[in-house]
Design a protein around this ligand. Structure first.
Ligand code: ADP
Length: 428
């Protein structure tokens, strides 16, 4: 294998988002769910390993990320890309203010490098960074729906401050004056920051042009940490031209379903739209999931309902407004609520496949991780993009050895008609 870029993604939707951008920028990419067994046989310019480390404590996140790093280096990766969410959120508790910083520092130590960047900028999806502050659409991160995220709320938009609170190393900023000027100006600012003892720099970027100027300045860095946006500027460093290489996926077949555990604003809008169109939907009640019997009953009822709607795409969701989520969390605990809902939706996904669903939309990063693991999917082939950051994929599962179409939608991605449009996109 002739691997150039080795990527570690901290959640499953993030992994397909990154793969999608790399493929569109001209790379042949293999995406694995979890650490691969043994060596990969397929020729690829990049391998993206999807982990589920966004919402676990730093010690475990570091351990899994280092294992992935070692595997990627053993396979010959020249540069490592640590991919996190475009809203820069991750596990935190008490004084430990997130795991992006600790994982970044552990990867830097293992690679023996004294400098890297950090930027979740993804302008195609409205994530821009200016003067170190992250915007989600027109709002500062701290004013966006992320302030109410069920697991990882974000209440500070100043990424230099957010990252500094997570790191031992000094954190600085490559500002828009450099990124908006030239790759050379970025290189100069890197040298200047290094001379001041800065080891990690947040990078401003408000457009794809900024990211394309940033790309060449990253060529010599052993490690890049970012959302998926920076990926558009890296393949050119390896002599690859932007050109959409997405694979032709097999023809779609089977029934259609949507499983949604995301409570992000974009998803809530998509759920509302689906319901408003009079399409079949089933709300999972998290208060019934506290014990095993209640959970099993709730799963069975949802599946029995789905079986009675074989003709149309069905939506099964736990997605709820912040006040409802808070009420459940107060009763069950934040972690337990998240896990119980994920467990139920994962079991529902398996049941849907058993009923003949072969086109599956999953909404939510953690939710996707749980569903994909339960379905036993270990590799995915990337196909056409539905919306920025969200491609259709094709994968084998022990529950469907002949394969299924699946798309993993990060909570805040996708237009309001995403659920219906995704299926339209598969029609040849
Ligand atoms: P997103 O991509 O929008 O962040 P995730 O799936 O990553 O979505 O996270 C949503 C989390 O909230 C999951 O752990 C999920 O199980 C949990 N969750 C979903 N619905 C509810 C609910 N009604 N009450 C409490 N927690 C919920």
């Amino acid at each position: 294998m002739n691997m150039k870029l080795g990527c570690i993604a901290d959640d499953f939707t993030g992994a397909t988002d990154l793969t999608n951008n790399l493929v569109r920028a001209g790379m042949r990419v293999v995406q694995t769910m979890g650490l691969p067994d043994g060596t990969l046989q397929t020729e690829a310019d990049a391998v993206v390993i999807a982990l589920k480390t966004r919402t676990i404590a730093p010690a475990q996140a570091i351990e899994q990320s280092l294992q992935a790093l070692r595997w990627l280096r053993d396979q010959g990766a020249i540069q490592i890309y640590f991919k996190y969410c475009s809203t820069f959120d991750s596990w935190y508790q008490g004084d430990v203010r997130g795991n992006i910083g600790p994982v970044t520092e552990a990867l830097m130590a293992e690679l023996g490098t004294d400098f890297t960047i950090a930027t979740p900028a993804f302008p195609d999806n409205g994530r821009t960074v200016f003067k170190g502050h992250l915007f989600v659409g027109d709002a500062l991160l701290s004013d966006s729906g992320m302030k109410d995220h069920p697991l990882t709320p974000m209440r500070d938009a100043n990424l230099v401050r957010v990252m500094q609170a997570q790191c031992q190393s000094r954190v600085g900023l490559i500002d828009h004056r450099a990124v908006g000027t030239s790759s050379q100006a970025v290189r100069q600012q890197i040298e200047q920051l290094k001379s001041q003892g800065v080891r990690i720099a947040i990078v401003d970027a408000v457009s794809n042009d900024d990211l394309l100027r940033l790309g060449p300045a990253m060529a010599d860095l052993p490690l890049v940490t970012a959302g998926s946006g920076v990926a558009i500027g890296l393949p050119a460093n390896f002599g690859l031209q932007p050109h959409v290489r997405t694979s032709q996926l097999p023809a779609p077949r089977g029934r259609r379903a949507i499983v949604s555990g995301s409570c992000s604003q974009a998803t809530l809008g998509q759920v509302q739209r689906f319901i408003a169109q009079g399409l079949p939907h089933w709300a999972l009640d998290p208060s019934r999931l506290a014990d095993e019997t209640g959970l099993a009953d709730a799963v069975d009822q949802a599946l029995a309902w789905a079986r009675s709607h074989p003709e149309q795409a069905v939506l099964i969701y736990s997605s709820a407004e912040p006040a409802a989520v808070r009420a459940i969390q107060q009763n069950m605990g934040v972690e337990a609520a998240g896990q119980r809902v994920e467990q139920a939706l994962a079991a529902i996904s398996c049941g849907l496949l058993a009923q003949g669903v072969r086109q599956l939309v999953v909404a939510g990063g953690e939710t996707s991780g749980s569903c994909v693991q339960a379905l036993g999917i270990t590799q995915m082939q990337i196909g056409p993009q539905i919306d920025p950051g969200v491609p259709w994929c094709h994968a084998q599962s022990p529950l469907s050895p002949e394969g299924l179409h699946i798309t993993l939608k990060s909570g805040n991605f996708g237009g309001v008609d995403f659920f219906t449009q995704s299926f339209q996109r598969l029609i040849p």
